[in-house]
Design a protein around this ligand. Structure first.
Ligand code: C2E
Ligand code: CA
Ligand code: CA
Length: 596
């Protein structure tokens, strides 16, 4: 057995000090060194090498490297035999896995490097790389968990991270109330599906990426620049077009409004996608720590409720969550559920409100047409007015089916009246088209098909749209032009509410303006309202548009709107909306009544 020492053949000079230093250095080296003869004989070995080789070797005798490693590295003699060069590596970092208990209490990994250093001399290095291997494994695991926690498209942390972070903040504050408050801002892109539908998914993805980058950099930078005590902001992607921003360390709760405004600002800048500059808007919902639910998931749900509330108030805004919103959302959920069934169970029906000509005083009342208004006969609640379910139908995507249903029923009824009543039948049928319907890709086909199957003459059909939506979108303008091309007429409903603008009237392809009830009802008591009604009638006339005053309830209102030049009227003074048989009865009697 060789000595566990290194012998240096001294060239005659006394290097005793250096020799001892080198010796102790090698003895303490964290790796093992061996000098080997070409036949495998171990000529010198350091203590570290002996310890490692013993753990590896089949037998406890350490006189020959090849025999010691015959089980785990039988190729060594061949490698040496076949190596032709004067010096160089024969094998590099050959790995050996050792079971727990052989070197330490846990499994270990050793490497062996064998190098030819002279014609008759090889050097073997044995290394315990257990720690490095473990570190590598940990890094790899980390990378893998990073992947499972990162959204692949945007590179932002994903939903799991958002929920985890929220949960940590919720728990921390529950434990210690003096922990600074936090907040969650949930951001949802308005009508994102339209971007995908009209520009393709690649453009949609690009917008998501750009938006994510802005949230991650601009918003965070802004918050950081605000001062030393500025809140920490983490942007995550939690759904297709949904981003959750967790704001931590919010020392002044007012700050959240500044952050939310900044957020809407950051998003409002156009996005360059390919050649185009695209504008998107988002709606946001905020949940403050004081209102936080018990879990991160619930908190995200609450934020979503707030997003929906904010969207209903108009897009491109934010709303702060309040617990009462939960009840509203639940009851909306119930209505939505009921509405799905209602369509199948035929619980929806249509009533008709006459539109009359505002002729000269003393003239007979002439009904020129009817407006179809939907009702829901709920099995428990009785008659539910449209105000309670149209918005929900829009939000839940049921509006397409609902609109088709109403149009079909109304057209069928209109044609029955024409067949039965002849001249006395209403001349036009007005049907409301809600905002969301104008964004449906099949609206024009639906109207065409329904007119076709019911044989409804296009000239008798009037579609009522609200002005705010008509003025807004290019897409809507295209839909309106296509509808007009079918031969139907368009009425601008609720004029005076929302984006009231006489000056934009000429840009819309409408034939008729319906002046909102809120103006008509005050026409005889408020100078302002009277002037507005008059101006509307004048502008409409100059553009060759008809006018209808909505919601006339008193004779004095009727007289005034007629004097101001309004051609037609609608309201309880003449008739409430009626079922089809009741309308027939009304036509037989009421229509002949003299005007006030
Ligand atoms: P709208 O299109 O402005 O319809 C007029 C509303 O005013 C109707 O309410 C009608 O009953 C009511 N009204 C008529 N005359 C008077 C009056 O003299 N005084 C008062 N106080 N109210 C009067 P309704 O039927 O509850 O409908 C409310 C809204 O729901 C409608 O407003 C319309 O925007 C929407 N809607 C109704 N049916 C449909 C439908 O089939 N599809 C769509 N998309 N929306 C509909
Ligand atoms: Ca209407
Ligand atoms: Ca109206």
């Amino acid at each position: 057995m060789p000595a566990t020492a290194i012998e240096l053949r001294s060239p005659g000079i006394d290097y005793a000090r250096e020799y001892r230093a080198l010796l102790s250095f090698l003895y303490q080296a964290p790796f093992g060194l061996m000098q080997i003869a070409p036949d495998g004989a171990i000529e010198m070995i350091t203590p570290a090498a002996a310890r490692l080789l013993l753990a590896l070797a089949a037998r406890p005798e350490l006189d020959n490297l090849y025999t010691a490693l015959a089980d785990v590295a039988p190729q060594l003699p061949r490698l040496v035999r076949e190596y032709r060069g004067p010096s160089g590596a024969l094998c590099e970092a050959l790995r050996f896995a050792l079971p727990a208990g052989s070197l330490g209490p846990e499994a270990s990994v050793l490497t062996l490097t064998l190098t030819k250093v002279g014609p008759q001399m090889l050097m073997a290095v044995l290394n315990d790389v257990t720690n490095e291997v473990r570190r590598e494994q940990r890094d790899l695991d980390q990378r893998l968990t990073d992947l499972s926690r990162t959204d692949a498209l945007t590179g932002l942390p994903n939903r799991a991270v958002a929920i985890e972070r929220l949960q940590r903040l919720i728990d921390a504050r529950r434990e210690d109330e003096s922990t600074p408050p936090f907040a969650l801002i949930l951001v949802n892109i308005d009508r994102f599906h339209q971007v995908n539908d009209s520009l393709g998914h690649a453009a949609g993805d690009e917008i998501l990426r750009l938006l994510a980058a802005r949230l991650n950099t601009q918003l965070r930078r802004h918050v950081r620049d605000d001062g030393a005590s500025a809140p920490a902001v983490v942007a995550t992607r939690v759904g297709n077009d949904e981003f959750a921003i967790v704001v931590d360390d919010l020392r002044r709760s007012d700050d959240i409004h500044g952050i939310a405004m900044r957020l809407l600002d950051v998003v409002a800048q156009p996005f360059g996608v390919g050649e185009q500059q695209l504008h998107v808007r988002v709606s946001a919902g905020i949940v403050l720590a004081a209102q936080a639910a018990r879990t991160g998931v619930e908190m995200l749900n609450d934020a979503n409720i707030a997003v929906n509330e904010s969207r209903r108030a108009g897009r491109g805004r934010y709303a702060v969550f309040e617990p009462s919103m939960r009840e509203r959302a639940a009851s909306r959920g119930l209505i939505e559920e009921g509405l799905r069934g209602a369509l199948e169970r035929h619980e929806l029906y249509v009533v008709y409100q006459p539109v009359v000509e505002l002729g000269e005083e003393g003239d007979a009342l002439r009904c020129t047409g009817v407006e179809a208004l939907v009702r829901w006969l709920h099995p428990q609640r009785g008659i539910v007015p449209p105000i309670e379910f149209i918005g929900i139908a829009e939000d839940s995507g049921l509006i397409g089916d609902l609109g088709r249903h109403v149009l079909a029923i109304a057209c069928e009824q209109f044609m029955r009246w024409r067949a039965r009543l002849g001249d006395r039948a209403p001349g036009t049928l007005a049907v409301n088209v809600s905002r969301a319907q104008l964004f449906l890709p099949d609206l024009v086909d639906m109207v065409r098909d329904t007119m076709c199957s019911t044989e409804m003459p296009p000239g008798c059909l009037q579609l009522e749209i609200t002005e705010s939506m008509a003025a807004e979108d290019d897409e809507v303008r295209v839909a309106l032009a296509e509808l007009k091309a079918l031969g139907v007429s368009l009425a601008l409903d609720d004029f005076g509410t929302g984006y009231s603008s006489l000056s934009s009237l000429h840009r819309l392809p409408v034939d008729l303006v319906k002046i909102d009830r809120s103006f008509v009802s005050q026409v005889d008591s408020s100078n302002y309202h009277r002037v507005l009604v008059e101006a509307t009638v004048q502008v409409a006339r100059s553009l060759d548009l008809g006018t209808v005053a909505e919601g006339i309830e008193t004779e004095s209102q009727a007289r005034l709107v007629r004097q101001l030049g309004c051609e037609k009227g609608q309201g309880y003074l003449y008739s409430t909306p009626l079922t089809a048989p009741a309308l027939e009865a009304w036509l037989a009697t009421g229509a002949c009544a003299a005007l006030p």
